[in-house]
Design a protein. Structure first.
Lengths: 537, 325
């Protein structure tokens, strides 16, 4: 059936009984018998300040960590990773996949007292998601109009079929609503509301002191009964990882999101009873470590060389000794946390086999003269400690099979420019961040015809018609079962051709005070609204 | 008044220098791969090419480099520092917000380093090659050799995590609103550890300079004269030696006021202080040209004014300088 209807009572029941859900998710600690305590200030580390805070125009965890408490999305993910209505109460797709109708929640008001209506949804979708929002502009490329027959109904009209499960998986991140009355005049990007957001969420923006902190207070008129529990959230700008760990220990911070401490500090705090260190609650932010090959290098355009490189690197050894419990062996571009699309490990894999790597390189005709076959330039992305370690590990592993690797380090802007625009790399390594549906985040890494300069896309100088066709078919396939099969086929094809190798799977790590309750209870908890979060005495 | 005209001439001479520095920084940043839109993309975790193109227009990056430079200089002549692309407000406002913590931290740690450097330098010189000297010189060397981030982190671990006497970071307490004298105490408590951290390294340099310069002056003829006319040792030191030995210290303070602005990136990050150093670092990473040039401009102004004060101090300490012009 293409038509999906949501039973709202069941969903809300599930949400309000989140205390029970938390107990199921986290069996180590049972809190179900505790009654939620009202009040308290929750202090959060804000490791990297963004240019603005409105999640309707910027899709990144750095914005959701604040804006996601103030503004709300149409749909979020529940404890089981299934879409659950927030500002939308129910939805329905037409059989041809070209219209999706959302029924909106009644009695919701903006923090400034104005009512929330379908006009806000239509305005946000057409002017922000479609035009400004990163990833949103791709997702909503074929959105032609949003009709608003009444204040509680928004009908999305698409030129081409939009698979409902793609839209629902994308909307938790790409479906935040902004108030039309605050944005309809003037340039949306320059609107000062972006730095003092107004939303419908459980917390009201109070103050943003650049370089220091952001404060939001409890919204007394929030639409969910008895929510939120916290009086105030304070985000403290702390850029130094080691300093953040000491602030956790001094009790000045309750929560450090998205792996913002050093790997060694996370390991240390995990042994401390005052903290919980977990990947739980971040499944929606899975990422894979990559090796990206530049096919403009003659050696790398030979599939035997790419496979030899993969065989030459002992990934399990690297994970055990450098990343520890926070990572596991990856099997391809779709991570195992993606219950809807993970095809299993039954696709071509490249286990560590040095002899085979050497044989493949010899066969390809790259003989070692003086121990060195050829040299490669490796560009690591500056996002995390793991990438830096991984690039050194690649360098050392490849020297064992006679490939000399020179590491060239850049900062963020420099890395993106050199790899995705100037193509001035032989090997590059960074993160592929999976965003719940391969069509949102992943297929652009493989689909040919990406404009030069678009970061995290296929800039390898590689093109494969079969893969392109699989990607295009899957993007418009409305039957969820057929879609999943197409993506399994896609993984098989790209693991065979290996334009990019994704051998490590990681989930962001949360470090949070053991006093927090109802935390980490959804797959994108760090980004979610925290309406049910509370602090025990 | 000759000293004033001398200083005035120096000020005038520093204006071309200032422009050369600004043009240099502008061109240097052009050499760095990527622009502010690439940095934004890196921060957002991706975006499509159409968005990137539109953003480049939005930030005025579609112009050629000479045109951008000319625009910038023309604005600067009218004392307009431009608009910050990461903060979305005028650069002047952004810098003004960050200036108080920076100047507080800078003056506090420089005064700390200067005062104790002087004191320990004198003590070490008077007890040269005996235990006070050895102890002070060894400690100085330890402070000098220890990286400031480690000092800062250890100070936090000891005083904030274990003893819980002082806050581990930030500029002021956010939880409670304090007014008047309590607000001052609150900021002082927050600045104590960063001041010590930043000051200790400079302290090491000052005490070594002071010690060396004291030893040198102590051997000069006029000191022997002073002793010969029957002055007691304390008077010889304070009235005659100290004043002459201070000149290299004053020179150093002028030079280091500039370094301190840049050197505080580490301390500001460790203690989460909203200072100019961190702002500069972020502007480079985010390729926010206007903000970076604004900071260079303001820092240069600060250095020039500190040097101006140093010139006046020279004249006060050693009247010969003013007389010779």
């Amino acid at each position: 059936m293409d038509v999906t209807r949501l039973e709202i009572n069941r969903r809300t029941a599930l949400l309000t009984s989140a205390a029970i859900a938390a107990n199921v998710i986290n069996p180590m600690r049972a809190f179900a018998q505790e009654t939620p305590r009202k009040g308290g200030v929750f202090n959060v580390q804000y490791p990297a300040e963004q240019r603005q805070l409105n999640p309707s125009i910027q899709a990144s965890t750095g914005v959701y960590i604040i804006g996601g408490k103030i503004q709300e999305n149409l749909v979020d993910l529940d404890a089981n990773g299934q879409p659950v209505g927030v500002l939308a109460e129910s939805w329905e797709a037409a059989p041809d996949g070209k219209t999706v109708t959302f029924k909106l929640r009644k009695g919701v008001t903006w923090h400034d007292g104005k009512p929330f209506t379908s006009d806000d949804v239509a305005f946000t979708a057409m002017n922000m998601w479609k035009k400004i929002l990163n990833y949103g502009s791709t997702l909503q490329l074929f959105l032609t109009a949003v009709d608003t027959p009444d204040p509680q109904t928004a009908i999305f009209r698409y030129e081409r079929p939009m698979p409902l499960n793609l839209l629902l998986r994308a909307l938790p991140d790409l479906g935040y609503i902004s108030a039309k009355h605050l944005y309809e005049n003037g340039d949306i990007r320059q609107n000062l509301t972006n730095l003092a957001p107004v939303g419908t969420g459980p917390f009201k923006f109070v103050k943003y002191e650049r370089g220091q902190y952001v404060i939001a207070d409890r919204n007394p008129d929030y639409w969910r009964p008895n929510a939120p529990y916290l009086d105030r959230i304070v985000w403290k700008v702390i850029t130094d990882r080691a300093a953040a760990a000491t602030q956790m220990e001094a009790g000045e911070l309750h929560y450090s999101p998205f792996s913002s401490l050093t790997i060694s500090d996370m390991g240390r705090l995990a042994k401390d009873k005052r903290f919980i260190v977990t990947t739980k609650g971040n499944e929606g932010n899975a990422r894979t470590n990559t090796i990206e090959f530049n096919f403009r290098r003659k050696e790398l355009s030979d599939i035997r060389v790419r496979r030899a490189i993969a065989h030459a690197i002992n990934v399990p050894f690297f994970i055990d000794n450098f990343l520890g419990d926070f990572a596991k062996l990856g099997t391809g571009p779709i991570p195992s946390t993606s219950t809807d699309f993970y095809p299993g490990a039954n696709t071509p894999q490249y286990p560590y086999d040095k002899a085979k790597a050497i044989a493949l390189l010899d066969e390809a005709g790259f003989k070692a003269t003086g121990g060195n076959r050829f040299s490669l330039k490796l560009l690591p992305a500056p996002w995390g400690e793991d990438i830096s370690l991984w690039s050194t590990f690649i360098q050392q592993s490849l020297s064992e099979v006679g490939i000399q690797v020179d590491i060239v380090r850049n900062d963020g802007g420099g890395f993106l420019k050199q790899v995705y625009d100037e193509h001035a790399f032989d090997l590059a390594t960074g993160w592929h961040q999976y965003r719940n549906d391969p069509a949102v985040s992943t297929t652009v890494w493989y689909r040919s015809g990406q404009p030069k300069g678009a970061p995290w896309t296929n800039q390898w100088g590689w093109e494969d018609n079969t893969v392109d066709k699989t990607i295009d078919d899957a993007a418009t396939e409305v039957d969820p079962v057929k879609r999943k099969a197409l993506y399994a086929e896609f993984v098989k094809e790209v693991n065979t051709e290996l334009p990019v190798w994704m051998p490590i799977e990681q989930i962001f790590v949360t470090v949070i005070t053991a006093k927090a309750r109802n935390h980490s209870n959804t797959p994108r908890w760090g980004s979610s609204s925290w309406h049910d979060l509370w602090l025990s005495a | 008044m000759r000293i004033l005209s001398l200083a005035g001439r120096r000020l005038a001479a520093s204006i071309p220098t200032l422009f050369l520095i600004l043009i240099g920084v502008f061109l240097l940043l052009q050499l760095a791969p990527g622009d502010t839109v690439d940095a934004l993309m890196a921060q957002m975790g991706g975006g499509d090419a159409a968005t990137a193109k539109e953003l480049r227009q939005f930030y005025g990056l579609d112009l050629s480099v000479p045109a951008q430079l000319a625009n910038y200089l023309w604005r600067l002549v009218r004392l307009d520092l431009g608009f910050s692309s990461i903060y979305g407000k005028p650069v002047a406002t952004v810098i003004l917000e960050r200036l108080p913590p920076t100047i507080l931290l800078m003056t506090a740690s420089l005064s700390f380093a200067f005062f104790f450097g002087l004191l320990f330098g004198v003590i070490a010189a008077r007890g040269v090659n005996r235990w006070p000297d050895t102890l002070i010189s060894t400690l100085g060397l330890v402070f000098y050799a220890t990286p400031s981030f480690w000092f800062g982190l250890m100070a936090i671990v000891v005083f904030s995590v274990y003893l819980q006497w002082l806050p581990p970071g930030g500029f002021e307490d956010i939880g409670t609103i304090r007014t008047g004298i309590w607000h001052v105490f609150d900021i002082a408590a927050h600045l104590l550890l960063p001041t010590l951290t930043l000051g200790l390294i400079f302290l090491a340099i000052y005490l070594r300079i002071m010690r060396a310069s004291m030893l040198e002056v102590l051997n000069l003829d006029f000191v022997r004269t002073a002793r010969a006319k029957g002055l007691d040792e304390t008077r010889v030191i304070t009235r005659h030696v100290l004043r002459n030995a201070l000149l290299p210290m004053v020179t150093l303070i002028g030079l280091q006021a500039g370094t301190m602005l840049g050197g505080s990136v580490v301390v500001e990050s460790v203690f989460s202080l909203p200072g100019l150093g961190r702002l500069a670092y972020e502007s480079v990473v985010q390729r926010d040209l206007n903000t970076l040039l604004g900071i260079v401009f303001v820092s240069a102004l600060l250095v020039i004014s500190v040097n101006f004060v140093v010139d006046l101090l020279y004249a006060r300490l050693d009247p010969r300088i003013a007389a010779e012009g």
